[in-house]
Structures are given as structure tokens and as C-alpha cells.
Design a protein around this ligand. Structure first.
Ligand code: SAM
Length: 271
């Protein structure tokens, strides 16, 4: 059985607003353009607590039913029970589905209208990505995958240490965890190539978080995770990490630090 990195409901809540601002609405227009009048069945992979449904469903006018796929029953259990409305004000139906992506069958999306995900592709393996692409191609369902980490991070003011932590963090994202090699910052390139090889059209856009002084709580949490992962990957960075984090926290408190965390969104559809 696959062992997954767990994600906390608190972290998903904390990042929710920045995610909603960052995801590409241009690519939503592309998706909407390819969907019929409905009723739509939308598969959300690695749905977590359902943030993608809450963000995307109101932007689609057609009646919808969502299937929220996640391997972690606990995170699925933290879904907000309040209703989600589609673009015409009708309540959107949803059902959870507890499953590992490495069990995804080729016919998993047959009868579906679209496959989506947010903040998923960088934490899966190439094999899982292939299963997703194969199932999309088999069903002919357009796919919109938002917010995969691109590996680009910009801190202002910037220091040379940023590059050392950034390189180690990116290696950590590509690590082998419990026998699974994660795609990390290569995810969108890999998935885009798989769709293109299948003859599908693909469009990608950069969708970074741009965190200013008003998002210091998220920035601080992100920074701690970024540096922590870098040190786990390259323990020799440990001696510099405390001083670096203290400096960055002082700058956050003084509202003098801004952080740009690179993400990329990708949409694919049959030609
Ligand atoms: C970073 S969270 C994103 C959650 C949600 N999409 C959001 O944007 O808030 C990634 C989610 O994918 C799930 N996940 C990761 N790898 C998975 C896999 N191989 N199979 C099924 N679910 C997986 C995790 O349990 C987690 O809920």
C-alpha cells in the first residue's frame, strides 16, 4: 500500500485564500468553453477538504455533481458541510471517494465531464501521473490541474542563502519517499508531455502566490516548511537555518519581506 505524506487541515485552511487568488481563471474559461450544458460530473483528485470545488463550481454555469477523490479519509472528513452553489445558484452535489491514485483504473472517469486537481501533481509519482493521464484520455475528459509547485521562489529582499535553501528544497520535492519518487517541480512538464504525446492540446500558465505584508502568517508557516525541508534534504544547512529564519521572521514582523512562490496551472483537452 502507498504511504502518503499527510497534509493538515490547518495548513489547507491557511493557504486557502492565497490558492484561490493564484489559480488561473483564464484556464477556467478554457475549461468552461469545452464543457457542455451539463449536468456535469467533475472528478477532483487529491481533493483534500474540497477547496477546488468551492472555488471552481461557482465559476461553471452548468449543474454539477463532484466526486472528491482522496486517499486520506481524515482530510476528507474536514469538508465544510455548507452548500456550494454553481454559477446559476443551484446546489452542487458531491460525494467523497477514498482511494489511492495508484489504484486508478483506466475507466475511472468514464461518464465524467472533467477531471481537476489543485496542489496535487508535485506530490505524486510519474506512474500515478500516467494513470491519471491514461484515464483522462480513455474517457476524453478535459483536465485542469492547478497550483503545482514550479520550484521558483523569490524573496525580497533576497540573499544568496535563498538559493541554497531553494535548491535543497527542490531536491527534497523530488525525493524518494517510502519507495515513491515524487515529481516535485517537474510535475507539470511531465504531465504536459504525457498529454501532448497522446495528441491532446495543452496550455500552461504561471500562477504564483504573491505574499505581501498582510499575509505574514502564511509566509512564516511557508518559510518554516521550506527551510525545514531544505535542512532535511541537506543537513549541512542546519547551522545556517536558525539565523536565516530569525532574520526572515524579523522582516515579516517589520512588514519588509515579500515572498513569491512559483506554481503552474495546466489544462489539457482532446483535439
Ligand atoms: C496539498 S493537498 C491539496 C488538497 C486540495 N486539493 C486543496 O487544494 O486544498 C494534497 C491532497 O492530495 C492527497 N493525495 C496526495 N497523494 C495522493 C495519492 N497518491 N492518492 C490519493 N490522494 C493523494 C492528500 O491526501 C491531500 O489531501
Amino acid at each position: 500500500m502507498t504511504v502518503l505524506a499527510t497534509v493538515s487541515a490547518e495548513w489547507l485552511t491557511l493557504r486557502g485564500e492565497a490558492d484561490a487568488r493564484a489559480r488561473s481563471r483564464t484556464l477556467v474559461d478554457e475549461l468552461a468553453h469545452r464543457l457542455g450544458d451539463g449536468p456535469l460530473i467533475v472528478h477532483d483528485l487529491g481533493s483534500g477538504a474540497g477547496a477546488m470545488m468551492r472555488w471552481l463550481a461557482p465559476q461553471l454555469r452548468a449543474p454539477q455533481r463532484w466526486v472528491l477523490h482522496d486517499a486520506d479519509p481524515q482530510i476528507l472528513g474536514t469538508r465544510d458541510p455548507s452548500p456550494v452553489l454553481d454559477g446559476q445558484g443551484q446546489v452542487v452535489g458531491s460525494q467523497p471517494s477514498i482511494e489511492q491514485l495508484d489504484d486508478l483504473g483506466r475507466d475511472a472517469f468514464h461518464g465524467g465531464s472533467a477531471v481537476v486537481a489543485s496542489a496535487l501533481l508535485d506530490v505524486i509519482t510519474e506512474n500515478e501521473a500516467r494513470l491519471i493521464v491514461n484515464a483522462c484520455v480513455s474517457a476524453g475528459t478535459p483536465a485542469l490541474f492547478s497550483l503545482s509547485v514550479s520550484g521558483q521562489v523569490l524573496l525580497d529582499p533576497g540573499y544568496q542563502a535563498d538559493e541554497h535553501f531553494g535548491a535543497a528544497f527542490n531536491d527534497h520535492q523530488r525525493r524518494v519517499a517510502d519507495g515513491r519518487r515524487l515529481l516535485g517541480p517537474d510535475a507539470v512538464r511531465v504531465v504536459a508531455r504525457m498529454f501532448a504525446t497522446a495528441g491532446w492540446s495543452v496550455r500552461e500558465l504561471d500562477t504564483p502566490w504573491r505574499l505581501g505584508p498582510d499575509e505574514s502568517t502564511l509566509s512564516a508557516e511557508w518559510l518554516a516548511g521550506w527551510v525545514g525541508a531544505a535542512v532535511e534534504q541537506r543537513p549541512e544547512l542546519d547551522s545556517a537555518a536558525d539565523r536565516y529564519l530569525a532574520l526572515r521572521r524579523t522582516q515579516l514582523a517589520a512588514r519588509s519581506l515579500s515572498v513569491t512562490v512559483g506554481h503552474r496551472d495546466v489544462i489539457a483537452w482532446p483535439q
